[in-house]
Design a protein around this ligand. Structure first.
Ligand SMILES: Cc1ncc(COP(=O)(O)O)c(C=O)c1O
Length: 478
């Protein structure tokens, strides 16, 4: 640190820590420079700063003194480490901010391991192609790229996404309805800000995606957990519990976490309810590119003729989560309101990664990557299924294995949370099913991600799962 800064810091800390008293004289600049064996210039600079900020006062005849206008109570010079965790300070924060999870201690945060749900096959990403696209944009940046972009995102990317969604996901849209966001999480946040009020009631799937619950909590909406069965959200139960809910969040293509596909009759029931109740359906279509036994299931949005569905997509699964890019498909008459809210939130998405992604899609790398990953994830899924059946018996209950990058196994007679920490010591990142319940937990089990677990690692990983469960542990039969 420069000398003048060191002198300034030392005086400031001594004053706010009450080591120097108001009115106390400080050495002359010449005297201090001599004592420290340094030139007078840094001392003069530091004193000038301390005078300007009011820590020192200059008095004719007596020289420079510590200001007499500072409060008597010592102030802490530096924020104390961990100071904010004290109960008193926490008490002054917003209640919903206090209650949110940091996830710092979640096993999966501590590095690599088998069965992590959030991780994809990172090592299979076409780095060289991506890097060459990034380099191209870095080299060719022009003045226009530096200006604010549209709150809705880069037009080229929105057009590429619209084509992809129309052809691959059966979504009815054009580029003007697409808004680029930083992942599903932000997409949901924007939807809630546009469509709901504090206190609005929202159906959520039970069990469901707990990160989504955080968004509703932050926006002070009231969630109404609606049970899921093998046909998806039980719409009739939802209507019985809270007919006038303002919205629902659903994962119809691959219910998270149980993995069921919403049946056609439930889809129609849900759309009918939304139309009658004038409510909104938020469709989270997070991993439906990967379907193994049949064609990808078309979106719920494509069935909607009343403009009640807002479609949410993400690149976190199909590319990689640190990209933090996703999109919304907004009914045409709401586009302006979404634009206004986005502008108020953060003005809009950053431009550079959008340019790279637009080229990645436009030049055909995206569809090639999906095709390659579909084969790879199918192989990993098959290896996981084979090893689970060989280890725990052919009749064990598994759900959700037809699509995506995770499946769910149920437990019999033991609590999932009791196993997860033990398993983490063996580098097994098990996500407990119980953590996906907003209300009463009715099933115990694990969500096993297979996206980042290599085929050849599967026997060992399933062996470790068996060991973590111990002799008492049994997976439930179907
Ligand atoms: C149900 C569900 N929705 C969305 C996402 C992706 O979220 P984001 O786009 O914010 O990374 C995930 C990721 O695991 C998920 O499980």
């Amino acid at each position: 640190m420069p000398l003048h800064r060191q002198i300034y810091d030392a005086y400031r800390s001594a004053i706010v820590g009450s080591m120097l008293q108001p009115g106390q004289r400080v050495p002359s600049t010449r005297g201090l420079a001599f004592e420290l064996g340094i030139s007078r210039i840094p001392v003069l600079t530091a004193y000038a700063q301390l005078l300007a900020e009011g820590y020192f006062q200059s008095r004719v005849g007596t020289g420079t003194v510590v200001s007499t206008c500072l409060p008597d109570q010592p102030l802490s010079p530096e924020p104390r480490r961990g100071g904010l965790t004290s109960d008193r300070k926490l008490g002054t924060l917003a209640k919903h901010a206090r209650l949110l999870h940091t996830l710092e201690n979640a096993p999966g945060r501590r590095g690599w391991g088998a069965f992590s749900v959030g991780q994809v096959a990172f090592d299979q990403f076409p780095f060289s192609i991506w890097n060459s696209l990034v380099t191209r944009h870095c080299r060719n940046t022009n003045t226009k790229d530096l200006d604010y972009g549209s709150p809705m995102g880069l037009q080229r990317l929105r057009e590429a996404i619209a084509i992809y969604l129309r052809t691959s996901r059966g979504v009815r849209c054009d580029a003007d309805q697409i808004a680029i966001v930083s992942g599903s999480q932000q997409a949901l946040d924007i939807c809630v800000r546009v469509l709901l009020e504090p206190g609005s009631q929202v159906w959520i799937e039970e069990p469901g995606y707990r990160f989504a619950r955080n968004v509703f909590a932050l926006n002070r909406c009231r969630v109404v957990p609606v049970p899921v069965d093998s046909e998806g959200l039980t719409v009739a139960v939802g209507i019985k519990q809270c007919r006038q809910a303002r919205a629902t969040l659903v994962t119809p293509s691959h219910q998270y976490p149980l993995g069921f596909t919403m049946s056609a009759s439930r889809r129609l029931q849900l759309l009918d309810w939304a139309d009658r109740a004038r409510s909104w359906i938020l469709e989270d279509d997070y991993d439906s590119e990967f379907r193994y036994e049949n064609m990808p299931i078309s979106s719920l949005q494509g069935l909607d003729s009343n403009g009640r569905v807002i479609y949410i997509g993400t690149f976190s699964k199909v590319l990689f989560p640190s990209l933090r890019l996703g999109y919304l498909v907004i009914p045409t008459e709401l586009v302006e309101r979404f634009r206004a809210v986005r502008l108020a939130m953060d003005i809009g998405p950053a431009t550079f990664s959008q340019q790279t992604l637009a080229d990645f899609i436009g030049e055909g790398h995206f569809s090639r990557h999906i095709r390659r990953m579909r084969l790879l994830y199918r192989e990993r899924r098959n290896a996981l299924l084979e090893n689970l059946r060989a280890t725990f018996g052919p009749t064990m209950a598994i759900t959700g294995e037809q699509a995506g990058m995770h499946l769910c196994v149920m437990l019999n007679g033991i609590r999932d949370h009791d196993i997860t920490q033990r398993a983490a010591r063996e580098k097994l990142w098990l996500t407990p099913l119980s953590s996906c319940y907003a209300g009463k937990v009715s099933r115990q089990g694990f969500i096993l991600g297979f996206g980042s677990t290599k085929t050849e690692e599967m026997p060992n990983a399933v062996g470790k799962l068996r060991a973590a469960l111990g002799i008492a542990g049994k997976l439930a039969a179907a």
